[in-house]
Design a protein around this ligand. Structure first.
Ligand SMILES: O=C(O)C(=O)C[C@]1(C(=O)O)C=C[C@@H](O)C=C1
Length: 366
């Protein structure tokens, strides 16, 4: 680009847009042929292929690394490609995805980030209902929060996995930036702050430093907090920026989370097995045999360490079967089809009374 003439530059942009549009249309036509190819292989194929999407997105990031300095950050490019894939997938078969509502929650943002706007997303009221929607085929996939980097695990989700046969088909990481929202945008007259209990906890220090006298009230979701703040004066909500738009609230203060890297991890629930990508995670539910004997947990975890597997998370929950017995949720880097994972699981059988594979899936992508 040599000239700085505005008209000329806009003409160049128009030409590029035309080419992009032609290419996107061509890509969509090929995706339609892919659907026919899938039908030729199976009567009821899976159209959504998380392993293929991960592969495409990683290549977008890899190509972007080659632009030095980068013109656009990865986080600007990947959503564009996700939307293109989402539009192509909706031509093959529109997906129905249930998430923990109401609209305006971070779960909705995570669902939109992962599935794009081509999917039909359905808010439901509880985490249990997300599981049920998928179990009963009212939705093909579901999105539930699993853990937050500041506040830890989401117990309802872990408990649902104990009794469900659904598989984790993917993970989504969503950076969480909380905003203080109110009708007036004035911080001085606030007497009450509503939010979900997790969000209040994630902003604890900010609240005690800046609003020590206000009454913090936990409600069922951040969207519900925003709805109330839109109706009550002298009241604020802690919620995401999308809730501000949805409920016509002013941003009193943005980014009030205590840890700037505050991130929530969500699981994509489904019914199908996801092939290996080479950059996967696996989740298991484990219970130790002779759990009250010394070294029971050590024996449960040793096979993973002996096989060089990196555990990315371990969490315990009461087994709900015997008093003071626990089940362990573990996540590790690797796929159930990796040799190291297979060997570790073989070794585990003598030390575990329960080994339940909750899924292997591609690692979250920016
Ligand atoms: O490769 C496929 O299996 C496709 O259906 C194509 C495509 C895409 O648009 O690239 C669409 C949906 C799948 O989830 C993955 C990829």
């Amino acid at each position: 680009m040599t000239t700085l003439n505005l008209e000329e530059l806009r003409k160049q942009i128009d030409n590029i847009d035309e080419k992009i549009q032609t290419l996107i249309t061509q890509r969509a036509e090929i995706a339609q042929s892919v659907a026919r190819a899938k039908y030729a292989q199976e009567a009821q194929p899976n159209f959504y292929r998380p392993e293929r999407e991960a592969d495409i997105l990683l290549r977008v990031i890899e190509r972007n690394q080659k632009n030095q300095p980068k013109v656009l950050p990865d986080e600007s490019l990947t959503p564009i490609f996700r939307e293109i894939i989402s539009a192509c997938l909706s031509l093959q078969k529109p997906l129905k995805v249930a998430y923990l509502g109401p609209q305006g929650t971070y779960s909705q943002a995570a669902t939109a980030k992962h599935f794009g706007h081509g999917a039909h997303t359905v808010p439901v009221q509880t985490i249990e209902e997300v599981f049920r929607e998928v179990e009963t085929d009212r939705a093909q996939y579901g999105v539930v929060p699993v853990e937050n980097s500041t506040e830890g695990g989401v117990n309802q989700t872990l408990d649902c996995f104990m009794s469900s046969d659904l598989k984790i088909c993917g993970e989504i990481e969503l950076p969480i930036h909380h905003c203080l929202l109110s009708q007036s945008g004035d911080i001085t007259r606030l007497v009450r702050v509503y939010s979900h209990q997790q969000s209040l906890a994630q902003c604890r220090s900010w609240l005690s430093g800046h609003l020590p006298a206000v009454n913090c009230i936990a409600v069922s979701s951040n969207a519900e907090a925003a709805r109330r703040a839109a109706e009550e004066p002298d009241t604020a909500a802690i919620a995401g920026i999308t809730a501000a738009e949805r409920y016509h609230l002013q941003v009193v203060k943005a980014n009030i989370e205590d840890y700037p890297q505050n991130t929530t991890r969500f699981a994509v629930l489904g019914k199908h097995f996801v092939p290996r990508t080479g950059r996967d995670k696996s989740s298991f539910l484990l219970s130790a045999a002779q759990s009250n004997h010394s070294g029971a947990l050590l024996r449960l975890l040793k096979p993973f360490s002996d096989n060089g597997l990196n555990l990315t998370r371990i969490e315990s929950r009461p087994s709900r079967q015997n008093l003071w017995e626990y089940v362990f949720f573990i996540d590790l880097d690797g796929h159930i089809e990796d040799e190291a994972v297979k060997t570790a699981l073989d070794l585990l059988t003598t030390h575990a009374s329960l080994v339940k594979h909750l899924g292997s899936y591609p690692r979250a992508i920016a």
